[in-house]
Design a protein around this ligand. Structure first.
Ligand code: GLU
Length: 312
């Protein structure tokens, strides 16, 4: 059997149980893969081991199963993928696309202040490039990607054309952290490629990571998947529902009701209230296929696109 044409995935960070918001992302990626007759994979993103309580990955998998969402292959665990990330980092280092960095957060802020950059509390600390030309005798702490200048453009199936100047807005971002943990950006790019993912379907809060991930795919010579970023469930404070603002674990005594609520967030409401879970899912797959046909979705270029220089 040849490689299936569509491979989708759900990639939860098991910092807590699945909640109403994460179920929406899981369901969207499952519907997208199923509507295309493709494969659906689950990857437990537990690379940041300190933030993931023991047993939480297994709990998330059992919650997905209770909602009728079964992966087609055994789930991957990022905590077991260190060798693949190390290999990718050394490939980047050998071509000069990644470099070691000795800067502490305080030093980065000092360098930015010296350039007159005012820093709001939550503002992105754009790395000033201090270690691009070498460590100057200091000890390496982290590893960063040398981000090419220019605007990166990509197509989101739901949000439309997107662009970001990663060098200007983010700077050379971290691939391996000072504490030795692998950064999300590197792990997600290496694993999406290794699992043959053709379609990334996830929450809109991750849309602004996409340009960084495409820059990294290009540096590693990896293909760029299609992207669909979906609606978020908001908490009472107007922010994305998360463990921090009171998201509670899904009540799966009535999984059909949890799935029905998630379908409503996705704008899919075909099944009647008392329809059993399997019937709801089946109808939703058909509706998803009409709403978001993959055949009509533009492919992102799989070859590095020439970054268009910003016009002055
Ligand atoms: N693990 C990430 C999260 O739970 C999502 C990664 C992704 O879908 O690219 O926020």
């Amino acid at each position: 059997m040849g490689t299936p044409r569509v491979v989708g995935r759900f990639a939860p960070s098991p910092t807590g149980p699945l909640h109403a918001g994460s179920l929406v992302a899981a369901l969207a990626s499952w519907l997208d893969a199923r509507a295309a007759g493709g494969q659906w994979l689950v990857r437990i993103e537990d690379a940041d081991t300190q933030r993931c309580p023991p047993g939480m990955g297994e709990l998330v998998l059992s919650q997905l199963a209770a909602c009728g969402l079964q992966p087609d292959e055994a789930p991957w665990w990022q905590s077991r993928r260190g060798d693949a990330y190390a290999q990718a980092l050394s490939a980047l280092v050998s071509t000069g696309a990644a470099y070691p960095c000795a800067c502490t957060r305080r030093e980065i802020e000092g360098a930015l202040a010296a350039r007159g950059v005012a820093l709001a509390r939550d503002a992105e600390r754009v790395y000033p490039g201090t270690c691009r030309a070498g460590l100057g005798g200091r000890a390496a702490r982290a590893w960063r990607l040398r981000v090419p200048a220019g605007t990166l453009q990509w197509q989101d199936r739901r949000l439309g054309p997107q662009q970001q100047d990663v060098a200007r807005d983010v700077g050379d971002f971290v691939l391996r952290r000072a504490d030795g943990l692998w950064a999300y950006q590197l792990a997600v790019v290496v694993d999406d490629a290794a699992q043959g993912v053709t379609d990334v379907v996830r929450g809109e809060d991750l849309a602004d990571n996409t340009a960084r991930q495409i820059a990294l795919q290009q540096a590693l010579g990896l293909p760029t998947p299609r992207y669909w970023h979906g609606p978020l469930v908001l908490a009472a404070d107007g922010h994305k529902l998360s463990k921090q603002n009171g998201a509670t674990a899904l009540d799966l005594r009535d999984a059909a009701a949890a799935v029905r609520a998630a379908l409503a967030v996705l704008g899919l409401q075909t099944a009647h209230r008392n329809a059993p879970l399997a019937e709801q899912l089946q109808q939703a797959v058909a509706e998803w296929g009409h709403r978001w046909p993959l055949a009509a979705a533009a492919h992102n270029p799989s070859q590095p696109c020439i970054p268009s220089k910003e016009t002055p």
